[in-house]
Design a protein around this ligand. Sequence first.
Ligand code: ZN
Length: 149
Amino acid sequence: MINIKNKELVDKYPFLAFKEYDYDTHSYYVPDDYDYDYTWFDSIPDGWRIAFGEQLCQELKEALDEFDYADKYIIVQIKEKFGYLRIYDNGIPVGCKVHDIIRKYEDISEKTCIGCGKPATKISLGWICPWCDDCAAKIGGQFEAINEI
Ligand SMILES: [Zn+2]
């Protein structure tokens, strides 16, 4: 069974597909039996996916399209680290703005609740992550206020 919603997402943003590496041709490809059960979009933490996931993909696509690179761009990992969104890739064409866009959303993620996507007001200590008041109350634990700039 193909996950239709994810397939639509991948048709729009081909770099969200999970690709495999072919050691003979030294290139990545989408396996024939890929069922779209999981895409890189699912690797973005919930709150950030809600707040800016599609916008991030759209901006990446526009920057990649300038170099005809949207289906060649290879994401290696997406995760949260020290309260920021991190996206690791296999490189981009010279002059492509993808890394500027990723940096911009790293900054935005730091101030966006990782649970629900609302503006963050607190940083959890220990596992460092941004939260809004509501989500912070739900998960409990120790927090530090985010200083207004
Ligand atoms: Zn929240």
